[in-house]
Design a protein. Sequence first.
Length: 267
Amino acid sequence: MIRFSQTAPGAGADSPLHRFDARIKLISALLLLVGIVITPERAFPAYPLIWALIASVGLIGGIHPVRLARHSAVALPFALVGITLLFTVPGQPLIAVGGIAISDAGAARFAGILLKTLLAAQVSILLMLTTPFTDLLWALEQLRVPAPLVQITALLYRYLFTLKEEGARLNAARAARSAGKRAGGSLLWRAQVAGSIIGSLFLRSMERSERVYAAMAARGFTRGFTRGFAGRPPISAPIRWQSVLIGLLPVTVLVTIQVLARAWWSR
């Protein structure tokens, strides 16, 4: 499981990928994500090749492919939403149980969605693990992303930790009231307790956000945005053409995989 830490991801590591220009990494990651999304669903030979490409880039950054695969499991619940495609997409039946059939087209589409989700998650996690968050914000600023979006992203990341601390306090209070013993009761009762904790966390978050905004307004915060909010000086460093060429290497490999996959798929 990926754990949130107020220390920027990748801040303590040193590799060619960690030292690479954050702007080029961000653009390359976005292009890789687009390439994964447009991969034909039934071009299954393309998926291991794309995974090998991501794993190779990860090894350059000192990140083992197993670690990437383990972290990408957080995206599984989102991919499993498409499990209904197994039964709703028309096609040749593969398995039929009790009048419910799983079609070959539905299985292929669901498998494609599942594989694309896992691969896209690995690209995002690789970017996160090799780039400090302040560098990502700086890259967004340098790439002329609208300032309010950068501001919202920075505040969201910062106050995830505040939300985590509020949840930890609520869990500590619940444990104190039960004297450290395992709570009993039916499943419905436990669901009600969990719901009340979630509701309390929501209300506390709303109250905390109001106090935070009042404190920011008292310190002169306005709805406008000034460059350099990312935590580093708003210096516009030039992009080296050597970095651009290196950043285009994985994109070029992915384009080659796409061409081969579409040629195989169209046979």
